[in-house]
Design a protein around this ligand. Sequence first.
Ligand SMILES: [Zn+2]
Length: 208
Amino acid sequence: MATALTHAVMALPFAPRDSDGKVCKTALAIGALLAVAPDVDVLWWRLLPGGHMLNHRGLTHSLLVAVVVGTLAAALARRLVRAPLDPRLSLYLVACMVSHGLLDTFTRSALGVALLAPFDDTRYLAPVRFISAAWIAPLRALSHDHIAILGQELLWIWAPAVAIFVARGALTRHRRLSSLVPGGSVYNRLAVAPVAGAASDQDPGRGR
Ligand SMILES: [Zn+2]
């Protein structure tokens, strides 16, 4: 598993926004919760044989569970979230939960992820694995190793996730501003707008 904080960060890049570019915090919080949720299986990982479909990285990490839980969560969230109330919310919440299983396949662990459970108990790992596996035991969460793993994740996952988040916010605000100005981008309008008091290229005093 990647660290829980890093799984939660996966909810950031495509968090729903309103037309002003403001993030819907309720949807983001639910998305972060779902992105961490598959690791609930660590509660019983010592009770079942390794590789069991219900053990760690088994059914809770599957695509099917992500679709079912994400869709149900979206149905419940529509009572709490003001906007946007469209199918994109379901897609977002499902994607947050799917991100967990996919991210786990990139960890340097011998234990793969049962993405297709319960139909197929094959455990999948990505061909390139660049994230060290985090400790399952909660008491290891503050160990030197765990903090070093978090450092790797900051570079490989947090940085691009935050960059996409910031870029999407800027793009949404740009579109919002553009829509307020007839005739296209507000930046284009500003570029051609005359500035009061500024000298023009057509001024008689220029061109010498
Ligand atoms: Zn996991």
